[in-house]
Ligand binder design. Structure first.
Ligand SMILES: *[C@@H]1O[C@H](CO)[C@@H](O)[C@H](O)[C@H]1NC(C)=O
Ligand SMILES: *[C@@H]1O[C@H](CO)[C@@H](O)[C@H](O)[C@H]1NC(C)=O
Length: 332
């Protein structure tokens, strides 16, 4: 129980640490913060209608009473969107815990982790559990789309972001990540990699050749594997305005994204994440982008089973912050 409570309070702090670093203040401001976050991220969402009807503030979501601007000049600002599906509450719980521990301890970067779905949720139970998560964590973004993988969700994600998160700022983030729910990122390593890289025209991920794709992503060029890649903010803005993106949404989402960039000569600051980005090896044979854990890991892909997640978390010492305490003295 205590263990659970600890992680829970970390989640709260990291989500709302722009308001206060003290738990007491946090609790005081919690309802207001939830309301503000709710208004920013779900302006048209009826899940939140109980807020809109209870609090007048929601109707003035665009005035100065909004949350402070996300940009922190002293740090790298990263929007970290995980594309997943509404019904996967349990996986989300794990991923949220894993990143909450990390973002709490990050010194060099401010990483806003958000879960991204389409708003086409029919199931009443799923809606209720989601409302619970929204109320508690405020880390869910609902896009105006029908749930899909290769039918334009990635396009909707990138093209919606500027209007969702800019909040009147030219560059609310340095970088935007698109990650899948079977990937694990070491955020500190991601931040140190990006720290001295260009803030413009950057495209970073596990680089794959387009050679076998019959020109789908542009001949003699590359794409970044879809489980997790990074774009600089200017490219996200470009996608939101681009005709080629709007007219070429369907197909493998990672290949299509590369097609937009490659066709228009974008993403010139292109960095291959291999070997720091790779597939989980397990008992499979090693290859260029599949190998054992390495300390300099930025991202690992193909974490499907709980056992694979557990091995990964163990290798990266994710729970080493667990202090000896009489209520979990015999744990491990
Ligand atoms: C891709 O986008 C371009 C530019 O808007 C357009 O001319 C072309 O028809 C699109 N391709 C497909 C397959 O839709
Ligand atoms: C995890 O902790 C052990 C023991 O302190 C250390 O030797 C190891 O290098 C750490 N692993 C990583 C990936 O940081």
């Amino acid at each position: 129980m205590y263990h659970g409570f600890t992680i829970h309070s970390i989640v709260m702090k990291s989500t709302f640490n722009h308001l206060s670093h003290s738990t007491t203040h946090l609790l005081l401001f919690l309802p207001l913060t939830l309301l503000i976050l709710g208004c920013i991220f779900y302006p048209n969402n009826n899940l939140l209608s109980f807020f809109t009807t209870s609090f007048r503030t929601c109707s003035t979501a665009n005035d100065a009473s909004e949350a402070p601007p996300p940009f922190d000049d002293a740090k790298l600002n990263i929007f970290f969107g995980i594309l997943t599906m509404p019904q996967l509450h349990e996986r989300r719980h794990l991923i949220r815990s894993v990143y909450s521990i990390q973002t709490h301890n990050l010194l060099s970067a401010k990483v806003n982790v958000r879960f991204i779905f389409c708003n086409s949720i029919k199931d009443e139970e799923v809606k209720m559990f989601l409302a619970l998560e929204i109320t508690l964590y405020g880390d869910i973004v609902l896009l105006d789309c029908v749930e899909n993988m290769n039918d334009g969700k990635t396009y909707t994600y990138f093209s919606s972001l500027p209007s969702l998160v800019s909040n009147g700022h030219d560059r609310p983030y340095d970088y935007v990540v698109k990650a899948d729910d079977d990937a694990y990122f070491q955020l500190e390593n991601l931040a140190s990699f990006l720290k001295d890289k260009p803030r413009e025209d950057l495209y970073y991920g596990m680089e794959m050749s387009c050679d076998l794709l019959n020109g789908m992503c542009g001949a003699h060029n590359t794409f970044m594997a879809g489980f997790g890649y990074v774009l600089s903010w200017d490219l996200v803005e470009w996608i939101a305005e681009s005709d080629i993106a709007r007219n070429n949404k369907t197909g493998f989402e990672d290949v299509m994204l590369a097609k937009w960039l490659n066709t228009e000569g974008k993403g010139k600051n292109r960095y291959d994440g291999v070997p720091a980005m790779y597939d989980y090896k397990g008992n499979l044979p090693e290859k260029r982008n599949r190998h054992d854990f390495i300390p300099e890991t930025v991202a690992i892909h193909k974490l499907k089973a709980d056992a694979q997640w557990a091995k990964t978390l163990e290798y990266f010492n994710v729970t080493n912050i667990l202090k000896p305490y009489k209520l979990h003295r015999n744990f491990r």
